[in-house]
Design a protein around this ligand. Structure first.
Ligand code: SF4
Ligand code: SF4
Length: 495
């Protein structure tokens, strides 16, 4: 479908037209400055992780990513957008590799899906628990080094940003939950895109040899010619191969703004929109199994991740050892995590979809895949609520902790007494309850819309299994958050 015939989902104001911030973001080096800042931060984490105190609460490598960054990422996703991917330091070596490489190969067709992303999310959460990454600055530093290495190697080998699009667990988390964000990439005039020759937003304006092209641009006063320059100073096109005029949402968008800088017609930009708008638009969401299960599994992973930090998890591990003779911690954890993070979401989604089809007698008309895909976006708000409640809990218990840790890293003495404040536990509990309930209600509303679309007068019956599933997720998360939870990364203060 062409950009002309396919109307854009509603967009609001042009964020990049704002004075100051808009200019910085559009500037060729605007993103680079943010990336340099975060790269220096990442190098500091690596240095402290390898050479600093091996106490989780006193080391930048553990306190920054496992306490502060996660808490800030969920807040920023909700209020602004995928700014973490925008400033991601791992894409700096990636961009360098891309410029050094000859035109690389395409990522293998069979791997171009979200299955790898689901697996890498699972692997990260599993390793986090098994290796107690939150307690080990040294291992966390190695993880950051591995991240730099993987992004560099993949970008050097493949033409597209395979690491961001298909593998990176942090990016996958941000992609899914930036669908709730109040901003997204769009175009000012689909008509200009329809006549655009080079489609630089996706193809880029970077070329080893300089060249000039003349484009005819339609304007209200008639067509005018525009000089389009390509060359070594040009911008790479969209790394995740999104085409700005056809974008309907934020999935796979790293907010790098390369499309904005590459567009010769100043037609692509970052716009405000209603938060989560794409979740209620069926044409914005892929019907592929991998995309659906990524959104659903992430919500279950939120519960499983929190479950790994409360007493019933250890009781379950003991029961596995006593009843099944599984004494290996690795095997027990693997069994529990595979069951909760992968099998349970897949089976629950299939069961809810099948039940909804039977209850509404739609099993002959709608495939199970289409049914699950219709309800998958409704798991984004409840999933986000669960992660937000969890990450904000750790963050709000020691928001000032980063100051003495940084001070000690820079050779000073940390004023621990001054910065050891935390938000009142009752207030944190209330906040958790509010975000869980908010996410649940938002999810119910989306499930209701999907059911009305699919089943019309039988919508109530059709949404029932999905609403029950979301209720169970919310209650399970609520119950876990009322149990004593390990104060990971803040032991010096509260342990
Ligand atoms: S380069 Fe600009 S004008 Fe051309 S298709 Fe992309 S956004 Fe539209
Ligand atoms: S270039 Fe692609 S990933 Fe980057 S902001 Fe534009 S659409 Fe998003």
């Amino acid at each position: 479908m062409t950009a002309e015939r396919r109307p854009q989902a509603a967009i609001g104001s042009d964020v990049l037209a704002l004075p100051g911030i808009g200019r910085v973001l559009r500037h060729r080096q605007g993103r680079l400055a943010l990336q340099m800042l975060l790269t220096i931060g990442a190098l500091a984490l690596i240095l402290d992780g390898f050479t600093g105190p091996q106490s989780a609460a006193r080391n930048l490598a553990t306190v920054t990513p496992w306490v502060h960054l996660r808490g800030l990422v969920v807040i920023v996703l909700l209020l602004a957008g995928n700014l973490f991917c925008m400033g991601c330091p791992f894409t700096l070596p990636r961009s360098l590799a891309k410029r050094l490489a000859l035109r690389g190969r395409r990522f293998p067709q069979r791997l171009r899906s979200k299955w790898l992303a689901i697996f890498s999310l699972f692997a990260l959460f599993f390793l986090y628990e098994y290796l107690d990454l939150w307690a080990s600055p040294w291992l966390t530093a190695w993880l950051i080094v591995a991240y730099f290495g993987a992004s560099f190697a993949l970008e050097a080998l493949f033409r597209e940003s395979a690491f961001c699009k298909y593998i990176c667990p942090l990016g996958s988390f941000n992609f899914v939950y930036s669908t709730l964000s109040p901003t997204r990439i769009g175009v000012k005039s689909p008509a200009v895109c329809a006549t655009c020759v080079g489609k630089e937003c996706v193809n880029g304006s970077y070329a080893a040899q300089p060249s000039i092209r003349l484009d005819e641009i339609p304007t209200v006063a008639g067509a005018r010619a525009l000089e389009v320059r390509h060359g070594p100073q040009g911008t790479l096109g969209c790394g995740t191969e999104l085409f700005a005029p056809q974008m309907r949402g934020n999935l796979d968008c790293t907010f790098c703004l390369d499309c904005v800088r590459a567009c010769p017609h100043d037609n692509a930009s970052l716009f405000t929109r209603a938060p989560g708008a794409e979740l209620a638009q069926p044409e914005s969401w892929s019907r592929r199994w991998d995309v659906s299960l990524l959104a659903i599994a992430l919500a279950f992973m939120g519960v499983a991740n929190a479950f790994g930090m409360v007493p019933p998890y250890y009781a379950l591990q003991e029961a596995l050892a006593l009843r099944l003779g599984i004494s290996s911690e690795f095997v027990a954890l693997l069994l529990i995590f595979v069951a909760l993070n992968l099998l349970l979401p897949a089976l629950a989604a299939a069961a809810a979809g099948q039940l909804g089809r039977w209850l509404t007698a739609a099993h002959k008309r709608d495939s199970l895949r289409d049914t699950v895909a219709a309800f998958a976006p409704s798991f984004v708000p409840i999933g986000f609520g669960i992660w937000f409640a969890h990450y904000s809990f750790h963050f709000l218990l020691g928001p000032g902790l980063i100051v003495p840790v940084l001070s000690e890293f820079l050779g000073g003495s940390g004023d621990w007494a001054r910065w050891s404040f935390s938000l009142d536990a009752t207030l944190i509990g209330l906040l958790q309850l509010l975000v869980l309930l908010g996410g649940f209600i938002w999810s119910l509303r989306l499930a209701q819309k999907a059911a009305l679309r699919l089943y019309r007068r039988q919508a109530l019956l059709g949404m029932l299994p999905w609403a029950l599933l979301q209720l169970l997720l919310m209650l399970a998360a609520r119950h876990i958050f009322t149990l004593p939870m390990e104060m990971r990364g803040t032991l010096a203060l509260f342990g």
